[in-house]
Design a binder for this molecule. Structure first.
Ligand code: FES
Length: 101
């Protein structure tokens, strides 16, 4: 029913909170992390509720994650890149030069 986008082979590694995650070149970060069994990508700033991707098309913003030091990036719209460093986003985003407090 579903066909993988990009390579069907695991060819690269990305890192989530320092943990290596095997990835397929051309796939999105959200698809990769869901396949790896990640339980949440972020927590909400107000209640601390855990969030996972919902729409996978850029509308819901439940997939926000920190990518290479920049917070609030949409994992469902971002492709994996060899060696990229992801961090679970707990609470407000860290965006260089922007104070969200
Ligand atoms: S999963 Fe909805 S915006 Fe990314």
């Amino acid at each position: 029913m579903f066909e993988p986008v990009g390579s069907a082979e695991v060819t690269i590694n990305i890192y989530l909170d320092g943990r290596p995650i095997p990835a397929r070149a051309g796939e999105t970060i959200a698809a990769c992390l869901l396949r790896a069994g990640v339980t949440h990508f972020r927590t909400t700033p107000v209640s601390g509720a855990r969030r996972l991707p919902y729409c996978m098309i850029g509308h819901c913003f439940d997939c926000l994650i920190e990518i290479d030091g920049i917070g609030s990036r949409q994992a469902c719209l971002s492709q994996v890149v060899t060696g990229m460093k992801l961090r679970t986003q707990n609470g407000p985003a860290i965006i260089p030069g922007v104070d969200l407090q």
